[in-house]
Ligand binder design. Sequence first.
Ligand SMILES: Nc1ncnc2c1ncn2[C@@H]1O[C@H](COP(=O)(O)OP(=O)(O)OP(=O)(O)O)[C@@H](O)[C@H]1O
Length: 327
Amino acid sequence: MSPTEPSTSGPIIETAGLTRTFTVRDGVRRRRLTAVDDLTVTIEAGEAVGYIGANGAGKSTTIKMLTGILVPTRGTVTTCGLRPVRDRRRLARQVGVVFGQRSQLWWDLPVRESFRILAAIHDLPGDVERARTGELVDRLEMAEFLAIPVRQLSLGQRMRAEIAAALLHAPRLIILDEPTIGLDVLSKQRLREFLVAERATHGTTLLLTTHDMGDVERLCDRVLVVDRGRLAYDGDLPGLGRTTGAERVLVVDLVAPSPDLTAIPAARHLDSEAHGLRQRLAFDPDLTTAAKVFAAVTERVDVRDFTIAEPDIEDVVRRLYARQASG
Ligand SMILES: Nc1ncnc2c1ncn2[C@@H]1O[C@H](COP(=O)(O)OP(=O)(O)OP(=O)(O)O)[C@@H](O)[C@H]1O
């Protein structure tokens, strides 16, 4: 391998002391704002990592530095063995990015034309293009809207098309910014299933920012929490739950009104509505499971329907920040 070839072994992302500051106006005065502060992190090929934090915590700024859009103020960053700013074009061949409001699609063209143009930009040979487009159209269920101009797509359809566009060249690393935001439950589920399958088939590394705990839970085996630019947590999701004491909530709709379900083992009755027809029970996922709590409920009453409310990410992050502030 020549020294300029991107490395295919070793970590896929490696940062050391990565820092970015901005000068912002504060009335008439100017001050330095540290958006990303001394971030040192290594992500190995094949990992699926959730990058979470409150609004303004520094997630987008980090992604911009990882992909070469923004120059770091200090520290180093290597993505797919390349220096992102210097090697931005070569990096683009290895990374697929779906980022905020930025679209890779041509709004007035049918979806399939955008795919053709992108395949040409990536120099995909005809047979590779056909096979990959076919795979993505199939897995993302896009056949019925391939001929429609992008501007006429629904949000869910457009997100699928954006993801296909970013993945057409089968990148080693996919970076997704809020991939399921605004999608209905079914679209969310399909998109998550697709990402799981893509990773299983191609061994792709996944880095995603999200405010949706369900995304992290279903897609990620590692979570990084950033707080005011600093890395506040690096570990798995159950560990984050343990650290913050985040509870989950089982909501049950009963067939008939019932007294409060206060005696369910390892669960805490939160509240009841409509004479006990709907009840909410909180439980610690470290001490029990949703299935056990549900089974204990069905032993006592007839259940018509149920949902499990996941902890809100902002809540988890708030708890983590509060814990850090107190010691
Ligand atoms: N170009 C810029 N000039 C000045 N300040 C900036 C710039 N870009 C980001 N910032 C500031 O840096 C901080 C981190 O912003 P960033 O967009 O990285 O956060 P984020 O975690 O992605 O937030 P969100 O979840 O809202 O997208 C914020 O205080 C933001 O206002």
